[in-house]
Design a protein around this ligand. Structure first.
Ligand code: ATP
Length: 234
């Protein structure tokens, strides 16, 4: 589903921040990227989504080369990206934020309503607040809305940057439960960046460790990595 070969990306003319990264995810796989602060995790997701100019390498989604495409074109190719933090439009309502995320795709009214229902079923708290301005939601609610916006794009590949940031343990569990539910309904592939989250909570199939821009795969199933293993790997 996602095939990355020797990807190199940098900010401007600076040194490469993503260095010769290769990875391959099968349809429906959920992979987690962990690493120290500044290792390049966010930059990797931004490069995969076309927010940075790739220096070299290739990115294929469902067998289609997306290198060189704009983020908008990548959404149309089946990718969606939820950045870290409060990635919502604060002046718009919850309902308007969900709609705006779908605006980049030419959807029928019926399909748009189906996706909105899916997002609101997964995050019922948003359903009660559809007419509330997104900027007045709590930080955790804004994170859920950001994931809801990704769901509106019904991608084949979701790139999620630290979705658990700022959420209470219960909310983290609810959010990953919602993602698991979504994966149960479709074979969406997920690449998620987390810092120190328990892998059992994330439900990741595979684990990648990023160190100084380079990515290495944990050679056993992610679920077998204990917190102690993780500290040693990082
Ligand atoms: P964290 O866990 O702290 O979020 P990260 O692994 O996501 O870190 P990145 O945010 O990808 O790391 O940063 C990797 C490197 O790229 C860092 O050295 C950072 O200073 C640099 N960097 C990040 N954003 C920019 C930018 N807009 N311009 C120039 N350099 C940047």
């Amino acid at each position: 589903m996602l095939e990355v070969r020797d990807l190199e990306a940098a900010y401007g003319r600076g040194n490469a921040v993503v260095r010769k990264v290769s990875l391959a995810l099968v349809p429906g796989e959920m992979a987690c990227v962990m690493g120290h602060n500044g290792a390049g995790k966010t930059t990797l997701l931004r490069a995969l989504f076309g927010l940075l100019r790739d220096r070299s390498g290739s990115v294929l989604v469902g067998g289609t080369e997306v290198s060189g495409l704009s983020p908008l074109e990548r959404v149309r190719a089946g990718m969606a990206y939820s950045p870290s933090g409060r990635a919502v439009l604060p002046g718009l309502t919850v309902a308007e934020n969900l709609d705006t995320a779908a605006d980049v795709l030419s959807l029928s009214g019926q399909e748009r309503a189906r996706r909105r229902k899916l997002a609101l079923d997964l995050f019922p708290i948003l359903g009660d607040r559809q007419q509330q301005r997104a900027g007045s939601l709590s930080g955790g609610e804004q994170r859920m809305l950001s994931i809801g916006m990704v769901i509106m794009q019904q991608p084949r590949l979701m790139l999620l940057d630290e979705p658990s940031l700022g959420l209470s343990p219960l909310m983290v569990q609810n959010m990953y439960d919602a993602i698991a539910q979504l994966r149960g309904q479709s074979d969406v592939t997920v690449l998620v960046v987390e810092q120190t989250m328990e892998l059992s909570v994330i439900g990741a199939d595979s684990l990648y460790i990023m160190r100084m821009g380079a990515l290495g795969k944990y050679d056993r199933p992610a679920a077998t990595a204990s917190m102690q293993d993780l500290w040693q790997l990082l």
